[in-house]
Design a binder for this molecule. Structure first.
Ligand SMILES: NC(=O)c1ccc[n+]([C@@H]2O[C@H](COP(=O)([O-])OP(=O)(O)OC[C@H]3O[C@@H](n4cnc5c(N)ncnc54)[C@H](O)[C@@H]3O)[C@@H](O)[C@H]2O)c1
Length: 354
């Protein structure tokens, strides 16, 4: 499945905010070789990251040594590179489908950033290409692997807070200003805050509770020209419900916040990134129990998972392409509910697919 000495060759397409995060990860992975990078900007692919905004410090004073790493301007050239077994697609979302499909057809495995695509049809093309090629495809819905959210999944499934009644998920931000060519502020390329940011909570909601029966959403357009703020309610046939709020329409110096409250019959779990790492578990008494979490973030943990599955030659089960497709489909249903100003039933096909 993997060429050469049990170590797989990784090529990264797009050296922006997420591509640089993945660069640092793969360069240090003991069973991978970072063999190729691609970016249309010569400075980025030459390793001159001095002026970049990002979520990682690559070390080396942000001047990265690219010795031994092939460098391309065009994703197709990277895809042709025989040393590349795995293509990391960290390009603007509007490019995910075409680059992923071409990489899969060339026999590569693909780790593609979220959101999977801008349309459900695009997701379907990616899934079909992976199935036809018999190659692994995983989409980076990293919140499934974010330590605090892993705690929620474990505690809820272990029955420790009883049957869940209501889940509240929040993700609020300033408009992001780092993207190449400002593509994030162009809804035709990013899907707006709805698909780019809020999709994280859409994904976690159905991962935790299943696909809802009904969605009722309200939202507004913002600087991307698309839906940049949304509040939606998910309803389940057994009376459970979730309230999701996401958006990047807030004003400086608003601090990025992700947060959840999960109310069960016998206890409540609560966390906000604004408060610190521990999840609080309220179950009676004077003080909540503090649940400490790993300090290894979800971006690294999802790649740990992906790499382990590849090395074991096992399919990805915890974050399947079909479930990432469901996240896109649900976010787009929210958009339709906003546009129509009324609740919408979730098609049975989507509920069955999970
Ligand atoms: N998982 C997360 O939490 C998370 C966070 C941020 C971004 N993302 C996702 O990661 C993806 C990339 O976002 P980003 O913030 O890194 O964007 P970015 O603008 O910082 O980086 C994109 C890079 O792609 C390059 N590029 C664009 N078009 C190209 C082309 N045709 N050929 C070669 N290179 C090209 C740009 O030069 C740039 O370096 C998006 O899908 C985004 O939604 C995920």
């Amino acid at each position: 499945m993997i060429s050469g000495e049990g170590r797989f060759g990784v090529g990264i397409c797009g050296l922006g905010f997420m591509g640089r995060t993945e660069f640092v990860y793969w360069r240090q992975h003991p069973q991978a070789r970072l063999v190729a990078v691609c970016d249309q900007e010569p400075r980025r692919r030459a390793g001159d990251w001095a002026d970049e905004v990002g979520n990682v410090d690559a070390g080396e004073g942000q001047r990265v040594d690219m010795a031994g790493i092939s460098s391309y301007a065009d994703p197709d050239e990277l895809i042709k590179d025989k040393a590349v077994d795995v293509v990391a697609v960290t390009l603007p979302t509007s490019l995910h489908v075409d680059v992923t499909v071409r990489a899969l057809r060339a026999g590569k495995h693909v780790f593609c950033e979220k959101p999977m695509a801008l349309t459900v049809g695009g997701c379907d093309r990616m899934i079909r290409a992976a199935e036809k090629a018999g190659r692994t495809l995983m989409v980076g819905q990293c919140i499934r692997f974010w330590p605090q959210y892993e705690v929620v999944k474990r505690i809820v499934e272990g029955g420790e807070i009883g049957a869940v009644r209501c889940v509240s998920l929040r993700r609020l931000s300033l408009p992001p200003d780092w993207s190449h060519d400002n593509w994030l502020m162009d809804a035709s390329r990013s899907g707006g805050g709805l698909l780019d940011l809020h999709v994280h909570d859409v994904d976690f909601a159905h991962y935790l509770l299943g696909v809802p029966e009904q969605i009722d959403a309200r939202g507004s357009r913002g600087p991307s020209g698309g839906i940049d703020h949304v509040v939606s309610t998910y309803g389940y046939p057994d009376g459970r419900y979730a309230v999701l709020e996401g958006g990047w329409t807030f004003h400086a110096p608003w601090p990025f916040e992700m947060a959840f409250t999960v109310q069960g019959q016998t206890g409540t779990l609560d966390w906000s990134s604004a408060r610190g790492p521990d999840v609080l578990h309220y179950a009676g008494g004077d003080e909540p129990r503090r649940i400490p979490v790993s300090d290894r973030n979800g971006w690294l943990r999802e790649l740990d998972y992906f790499a382990a599955r590849l090395l074991a030659d096992e399919p990805v089960a915890r974050c399947t392409p079909r479930s990432s497709r469901t996240s896109v489909a649900l976010a787009l249903l929210e958009r339709r509910s906003i546009e129509r100003g009324r609740p919408l039933g979730v098609p049975a096909g989507l509920r069955e697919a999970g």
